[in-house]
Design a protein around this ligand. Structure first.
Ligand code: UDP
Ligand code: MG
Length: 319
């Protein structure tokens, strides 16, 4: 019988673990799907991992690991993929905002031959205005830069084992899970879902963390910002040709002493362009530096007793 793994990254979600595992195991047992649940506690400061341990003692199909510190949701997803054994793997949030009722449908599409089943949001659920604005800006920037519609896509998706192995073999440290499944290709189907209200606790994203996420992901998926540097260079060249002509004409007409304003403006404009360009290039160099160091995506502090073998630095094994 085919095995379904569900990967659930959890950061300070002690209130959600017991409820989420109960809801998911009931649903999967009712649908007669052979399953395992993998919770990754992302360096939580609360009792998330002891809740995971408790759940795994009650139900051996539940396993989990805890990071040594907060490494971010991406790292959590990848650690979960690494620990999973399923023929198909579903990644979802552990606050049940991704409705579990969609799982049987994803499973059915997989059985019918789909290799990736994307969860597509039909609405974003109820969110505060500030969150809507920042998330909206975030997705607009992202969609532009990586030429994929990021607004409706989410981290809620099913991946076939083949696809999981492809993702686990990627050497890069800064990943963007949501877009990587598009990038990988494969036979893709979609499933619509309504974003639910969060069960317990509150959202872990602030405006700044979303912006940071946007910039990191944009630069890891696109080199367009570097090309903007070229565009700015061309604009300044056109500008300077026009001014050169003007200056020459004035010189020839014998009225060349004026133009102090022009000089100041030129210094300001060119200086601004230069510094902006250096900033963009610097950002890419920083990203290259991070990748070159080749540090692990995450560090595992402890695992539940039913996890086999040594998982520390497991991501390196495949490189
Ligand atoms: N999460 C995580 N590490 C983090 C932040 C969030 O593993 O640093 C998990 C979190 O526990 C949840 C999922 O990612 O399962 C989505 O987070 P959240 O619900 O806070 O985001 P939102 O649903 O508001 O976009
Ligand atoms: Mg949530």
């Amino acid at each position: 019988m085919a095995l379904l793994s569900i990967v659930l990254p959890a950061y300070n979600e002690e209130q959600n673990i017991a409820n989420t595992s109960a809801v998911l195991s009931r649903l999967l047992e009712d649908n007669e799907i052979d399953y395992e649940l993998i919770f990754i506690s992302d360096g939580s400061g609360d009792g998330t991992f002891s809740e995971i341990r408790k759940a795994s003692q009650a139900n051996p199909r539940i396993r989990g690991a805890e990071f040594s510190r907060n490494f971010g949701k991406e790292a959590g997803i990848f650690a979960g993929l690494e620990l999973s054994n399923g023929d198909a793997v579903i990644v979802m949030d552990c606050d049940l905002q991704h409705p579990p009722d969609v799982i049987p449908l994803m499973w059915k599409k997989w059985k019918d031959g789909a290799e990736v089943v994307e969860g597509i949001k039909s609405s974003r659920g109820r969110e505060s205005l500030g969150y809507k604005l920042s998330a909206g800006l975030f997705y607009r920037i992202m969609s532009r830069l990586i030429k994929m519609d990021m607004n409706a896509s989410s981290d809620f998706k099913l991946l076939d084992r083949k696809v999981v192995n492809v993702l686990l073999q990627l050497p890069e440290r800064n990943t963007f899970f949501r877009a990587l499944s598009f990038w990988a290709g494969f036979r893709t189907e979609t499933v619509q879902y309504e974003v639910q209200e969060r069960q317990f606790g509150e959202s872990k994203w602030s405006f700044w963390s979303l912006m940071r996420y946007a910039i990191t992901n944009a630069t890891s998926f696109s080199t367009l910002p570097l090309q903007i540097v070229t565009v700015m260079g061309i604009i300044s060249i056109l500008f300077s040709v026009a001014l050169a002509v003007q200056t020459l004409v004035k010189y020839l007409m014998g009225t060349a002493v004026e133009g102090f304003t022009t000089v100041i403006l030129l210094i300001l404009i060119i200086g601004g362009f230069l510094m902006l360009s250096l900033g963009i290039i610097g950002h890419y160099i920083a990203r290259i530096y991070e990748e070159v160091k080749g540090r692990p995506k995450y560090i595992i502090r402890q695992v539940t007793d039913n996890v086999q073998g040594n998982v520390e630095g497991a991501w390196r094994k495949r490189n």
